[in-house]
Structures are given as structure tokens and as C-alpha cells.
Design a protein around this ligand. Sequence first.
Ligand SMILES: CC(C)(COP(=O)(O)OP(=O)(O)OC[C@H]1O[C@@H](n2cnc3c(N)ncnc32)[C@H](O)[C@@H]1OP(=O)(O)O)[C@@H](O)C(=O)NCCC(=O)NCCS
Length: 188
Amino acid sequence: MTATPPQEGDLRVRPAKAEDVQAIFHNIGHWAAQGKMLVRPMPNIFENLRDFFVAETVGADGRTTFAGNGALHILWGDIAEVRGLAVAPQVQARGVGRALVAACEAEARRVGIPTLFAWTYTVAFFERCGFTLIDKTRGLHPRVWSECLRCPFFVGCNENGVIKRLDGVPMPLDLPEPPPAQVPPGIR
Ligand SMILES: CC(C)(COP(=O)(O)OP(=O)(O)OC[C@H]1O[C@@H](n2cnc3c(N)ncnc32)[C@H](O)[C@@H]1OP(=O)(O)O)[C@@H](O)C(=O)NCCC(=O)NCCS
């Protein structure tokens, strides 16, 4: 069977490569400057590059154009975080965000992680992707706080937590207990 050749207007999502890091960094920076997400330093993107997916659109000449990025970061055996999700400004509201979240979900399924989590200011988008808003003061998985210490809002956390249980992915057997979390003040 031969692969279908790329068609104009196609949206593709693939694992990120080193050459994508500048585009990812600038895309996240664009939205962070507007207060829509937290800034992610370039060393952090390189260190976590295998977490990242890149979306691209196919032009009339068959060339691809960067359309956005998102990452799946494994927190523990039972939970992984969708983070660094940002769609390029010129292709907002065309299904790119949903496609990036779907790639993260497929990756979680591949490695056998049954729960997705995200911190976000854009709850409605995640709800459209099957996530549910949770009460962050109520006993969350300790690993969801793993990046909070580097966050400028560690005191006065203003993001929302959303969660999605993946149907058909069983809880891994013999999971060890996660270490206790450094929870932001005022949460519990
Ligand atoms: C939030 C974001 C990732 C959404 O990506 P997108 O490609 O524009 O969204 P999609 O076209 O895939 O939308 C999927 C669904 O979510 C809805 N949706 C998207 N953004 C929404 C928003 N801000 N508020 C409410 N609903 C939204 C769409 O209407 C669509 O609904 P449908 O199921 O009825 O079709 C994108 O707007 C973005 O990059 N924003 C800036 C950075 C950001 O906020 N990142 C998230 C931080 S975790």
C-alpha cells in the first residue's frame, strides 16, 4: 500500500525535531506575552523535545508551514500532562489545537497512561476535547504540581486544572506511590 501524497490544505501532526525548537519557542512566547500561557525557556524545550508534537499545514506547492505545537509530559505511571499547547496566530480555530491534543492522547494510549491532565486558562477548549474542570483544592494527583515551583504564579496560582480519563486504558499494575508534592500556598 502506498502512502497518500500530501494535499493542499492538509493538516499534519508529527513528533517535533530539533529544527522546530525556534518556531515552538517563538509561538509559545507570542501567547505568553499576551498572558494566555506561561513562557517556556528554550533550554526547557530542548530538554523535553521528545514530548513535543508539531502541527503543520500543506501549501499548494506541497511545502509545509508550522501551525502549532503541544507536548505530552509523563508525570507518573497513571497520569500525563498536556502542556506547551499553542496554535500559530494565523491558523486559530481551524482544528489545529484539537489535532495536537489528539496526538497527545494517542501517545498516552501508546505508553499505557490512563489519565490526561492540563493546566490552562482556556477551559472551554479543553472541554470541547473531552476534559472536565476539576477543583484544584481537592486532593489532586501530587505530580500535577511538578512544574509549579518554576512558575511566577506559585503564590497566587490562577490556572485551572482539567482532566480526561482515557476509555479502554487500564490502570498500570503495581504502581509505586508518587512522592509528596510541594503544593502552592493557599491550595490546601
Ligand atoms: C486554545 C487553543 C490551543 C485552541 O486551538 P484552536 O486550534 O484554535 O482550537 P480548535 O479549532 O481545535 O477548537 C476545537 C474546539 O474548541 C473550541 N474552542 C477553541 N478555542 C476556544 C476558546 N478559546 N474558547 C471556547 N472554545 C474554544 C472550538 O470552537 C472548537 O469547538 P467545536 O468542538 O465546537 O468545533 C488556541 O486558541 C491557542 O493556541 N490559544 C493561545 C494559547 C493557549 O491558550 N494555549 C492553551 C494553554 S494550555
